[in-house]
Design a protein around this ligand. Structure first.
Ligand code: PHE
Length: 456
């Protein structure tokens, strides 16, 4: 089944950093804080943690085993493991989800570049909180500047993808991920020591369950799937480049822990800072673009050079985190076109980049000149986010758990998780139990509840 000429990651560390690179991204630093802010803080985080560890990790292991066993792109994987069945639609839905996510994700990734530029050219100096809000609104709704950054971001992603798996994806992750951890730690320390930061810390640690309803569960589950890059074959595609020796369970745990750690730390950067300067935690998607520049100005008002260094560092961090994720999204679609349609890797990548530039421009314009154009009451940007994170990924997760728990030959599952019996995996039975029962039931209930068919 293994094709000899297929690319592979070169090292164990490379495997973990590339997978964690996919997982850690704007989902952790941009989306997690505003979802937490919108859904009441600590209570949302608790439900989120439950979703990550109870549902997310077993499904992550399932994706890994599907990818490594088939050694194919995500649509090809189902074709190989379940030939002639409709399971291939799960893979195809994943490819579509990757394409849609990459389109709107690149818009926000582009914003990070504008903010790196602003930070570098001292554009934040002397601005008041209201000026930060209005300049973000002006920028994100303008018709051309965000579009230029989005195109640039996609071109950088494209450049890394055409370099291939080991020299492109693995090498860039090995440089970017450790840098990112260091910057995050410095920023947490800086944020929690601001005057008035205590209210933000309390918001993160003291759960208020009065805000919890069915929607909070769907949002937390959607966020967990989005943040772990689950439900759409991203980590399944990466796992197709893993070696026979990779311990899938351990790798999944490492990725889950790194991802959760970064999300929670991002919370500890944003909320203490937001409360300290009096910005509401439920500011939505613009949260990190209006709070942070403000914070750096106020926190280091006496030492402008520090304000400058921290602003640059934060937005560079954000751009890097986004880049390791856009690479993984791009790879899902590129590998699919390359392997299923026999395009060269270069041509496949060009098609993906071109298509995403087109859709990305529509997403970007939907926040400005095309604001009036809505489908089901949502602009294109919000629609892509809703349809992917809350519907396609969770539905994908449901299908993956049923596929692995019920359809796939138990011997295949066992031999992949234990590397043909050479590894002891004490949680093996638990993983299988979750994939067979807990995940399908929990995901279905949250869905049905949200659709209003039953009320929990
Ligand atoms: N997990 C990434 C993040 O948190 C986003 C992503 C979603 C990447 C799905 C790949 C697939 O930013």
């Amino acid at each position: 089944m293994t094709k000899i000429d297929r690319a592979n990651f070169g090292s164990k560390l490379g495997v973990i950093l590339a997978s964690a690179g996919s997982a850690v991204g704007l989902g952790n630093i941009w989306r997690f804080p505003y979802e937490t802010g919108n859904h009441g803080g600590a209570a949302f985080i608790l439900i989120y943690l439950g979703c990550v560890f109870l549902l997310g990790l077993p499904i992550l292991i399932a994706e890994f085993l599907i990818g490594r066993r088939s050694r194919a792109n995500t649509a090809g994987a189902y074709q190989k493991l379940a030939p002639g069945t409709h399971w291939r639609w799960v893979g195809r839905m994943g490819v579509l989800a990757a394409f849609l996510i990459l389109s709107y994700y690149s818009v926000v990734a582009g914003w990070t570049l504008e903010y790196v530029y602003e930070a570098l050219t001292n554009g934040f100096t002397g601005k008041t909180p209201t000026e930060f809000i209005s300049s973000f609104q002006q920028f994100s709704s303008s018709p051309w500047r965000p579009v230029l950054w989005l195109v640039l971001f996609l071109l950088v992603t494209h450049f890394i993808i055409v370099k291939g798996v080991e020299k492109g994806i693995e090498k860039s992750s090995k440089i970017m991920m450790p840098t990112l951890f260091i910057i995050i730690l410095i920023l947490v320390i800086c944020s929690v020591t601001l005057p008035g930061a205590g209210a933000g810390i309390e918001f993160l640690l003291k759960p208020d369950f009065s805000k919890v309803d069915g929607n909070v569960f769907l949002s937390a589950m959607g966020q967990a799937f989005f943040s772990l890059s689950l439900g759409m074959g991203c980590l399944c595609t990466y796992a197709s480049y893993f070696s026979k020796e990779t311990n899938l369970t351990k790798t999944a745990f490492s990725v889950g822990i790194i991802d959760t750690f970064v999300a929670v730390l991002a919370g500890f950067i944003i909320f203490p800072a937001a409360f300290s300067v009096g910005i509401q935690p439920d500011a939505g998607p613009s949260l990190i673009f209006i709070t942070l520049p403000n914070v750096f100005q106020q926190a280091f008002s006496g030492v402008p050079i520090l304000a400058y260094i921290f602003s640059v560092m934060f937005y560079v961090l954000l751009a890097m985190a986004a880049l390791t994720s856009t690479i993984s999204l791009h790879e899902v679609v590129t590998a699919y076109l390359h392997e299923e349609f026999n395009f060269t890797r270069g041509k496949a990548a060009r098609l993906v980049t071109g298509g995403c530039i087109f859709l990305g421009i529509l997403c970007s314009l939907s926040l400005g000149v095309m604001k009036g154009f809505t489908i089901f009451g949502l602009g294109i940007f919000d629609l892509f986010d809703f349809v992917t994170a809350k519907i396609m990924l969770t539905l994908g997760g449901l299908c993956i758990s049923i596929f692995t728990g019920w359809y796939l030959d138990k011997k295949i599952v066992w031999s992949e998780i234990t590397n043909d019996g050479s590894l002891k995996v004490p949680v093996y039975k638990l993983i299988i139990f979750i994939l067979r029962y807990i995940a399908p039931i929990a995901i279905s209930l949250i869905f049905i509840n949200e659709l209003g068919l039953i009320k929990l």
